[in-house]
Design a protein around this ligand. Structure first.
Ligand SMILES: Cc1cc2nc3c(=O)[nH]c(=O)nc-3n(C[C@H](O)[C@H](O)[C@H](O)COP(=O)(O)OP(=O)(O)OC[C@H]3O[C@@H](n4cnc5c(N)ncnc54)[C@H](O)[C@@H]3O)c2cc1C
Length: 378
């Protein structure tokens, strides 16, 4: 069996990449090790509508659950502030349906998709799968964080996300909870998918995610858990080389999820899109520099922002609960208003700087990490 390109991983990055390659009349096969595209869903489903548009997706009615209108952010002592997110146009979508929609787009362009087929290793002329040998000119690794686990464990946090039915989940309102003891270097979250239902999650360095979830839910009133997932998330930013010979690495496998929140539908999806375009060009010209264009274009778009997000992460990792409590107490209505009006969901370090820069509260952090903090501001 021969295909110009074989993509391992039938999720957002792999499917968009295949769609672009097939659009240019090249033969492309997507292999997905799970038994169904979009399952198991391991995502909160928050994405900007502008990001979706850039990915070439107008969500079907069953893909788009609802729009997020506000986000309430809590400090460890319960102090909170609210950002009105209407202007950012952030949607909560069903990832299962989004991935299916992308698979349909790829298929309509001419790609072939096979489920229950897993990549095993590279061979001289292509790849080996559990179903045998497939020859190809280019192999695309879109296997998500599982591809990074073997490269580098230091950027991985464990997460748990439960789908929950409960009265305390409010449609349109995302909630984020910081606590460096319970979720070191990360946070807990509630992402509604409608009134009284949504996804509740935790992530943190070195935590037992199941125990942290138990602890989080202990303080809550009546609820039912209808689904549980446990998944690693990557917060260390892009890997060094996206293209290695005839192997092209895209999406979470290339570290293209945000270092602050590990959100990657948009940035990992863009990795797939830009790689698909570069591969199509290379298949016409056979000129390797066309393939290298992919990394350049992704870095031009996200490089600076991801560097800043990594610095913001370093700042967060070194703040203790007391500093976070003080920081939250200094957030004024003017600051939340400014963030509400100007924040960009996909490029959000401007808002983080505004929050960290509030009166006096960042002194401790500045002393701890003055060099890095200056870089974040620059
Ligand atoms: C709990 C959680 C919540 C999240 N919430 C959000 C959010 O709200 N918004 C957001 O933007 N992002 C979110 N993310 C991140 C987002 O899910 C990822 O950035 C995005 O799915 C990355 O897409 P991808 O195609 O690169 O990889 P993945 O979606 O991880 O897909 C990789 C695919 O490869 C397949 N695969 C693995 N190994 C093989 C193999 N050997 N052979 C064949 N196939 C293989 C897997 O089965 C999988 O389908 C969240 C992640 C987690 C874990």
């Amino acid at each position: 069996m021969y295909f110009d390109v074989v993509v391992a991983g039938g999720s957002v990055a792999g499917l968009i990449c295949a769609r672009e390659i097939a659009r240019n009349k090249n033969s492309v096969l997507v292999i997905e090790e799970d038994y169904e595209i979009g399952t198991p869903e391991h995502c909160g489903g928050l994405v900007s509508t502008s990001g979706l548009e850039e990915l070439g997706v107008i969500p079907f009615r069953k893909t788009l659950d609802h729009m997020v209108e506000q986000a309430e952010i809590y400090a460890p002592d319960g102090t909170s502030f609210t950002i009105n997110s209407k202007k950012q146009r952030v949607a909560e979508i069903s990832r299962r349906e989004l991935d299916k929609q992308l698979a349909h787009q790829a298929q309509k362009n001419g790609a072939t998709i096979k489920v229950r087929t897993s990549f095993q290793e590279l061979t001289k002329d292509g790849i080996r799968t559990n179903e045998g040998q497939i020859e190809c000119k280019i192999f695309v690794d879109a296997r998500g964080v599982s591809s990074l686990i073997h490269r580098d464990r230091t950027g991985i946090l464990s997460s748990a996300q439960y789908e929950i039915y409960a009265d305390w989940i409010t449609k349109g309102k995302v909630e984020v909870f910081f606590d460096q003891k319970k979720y070191p270097g990360f946070f807990a979250w509630i992402i509604p998918s409608g009134e009284g239902k949504g996804k509740v999650g935790v992530a943190g360095r070195g935590i037992n995610a199941a125990e942290a979830m138990e602890e989080f839910l202990k303080k809550r009133e009546k609820y039912s858990i209808v689904r549980k997932i446990f998944a690693p998330i990557w917060i260390k930013g892009p890997i060094e080389k996206f293209v290695d010979g005839m192997t092209v690495i895209i999406g979470d496998a290339a570290g293209q999820a945000k270092p602050t929140t590990a959100g990657g539908i948009y940035s990992s999806g863009m990795g797939g899109l830009l790689a698909g375009q570069a591969i199509s060009k290379f298949l016409k010209t056979n000129n390797h520099s066309d393939l290298d264009e992919y990394q350049k274009r992704w870095t031009d778009k996200f490089g600076k922002e991801f560097e800043r997000q990594s610095f913001a992460r370093k700042v967060l990792e070194r703040l203790d609960n007391e500093t976070i409590n003080n920081l939250f107490k200094s957030v004024t209505p003017e600051i939340t208003k400014e963030i509400s009006e100007k924040d960009d969901f996909d490029f959000h370090t401007g808002s983080i700087v505004k929050l960290l820069g509030v009166k006096g509260s960042i002194k401790t952090a500045q002393t701890l990490i003055s060099g890095e903090f200056k870089k974040l501001l620059s």
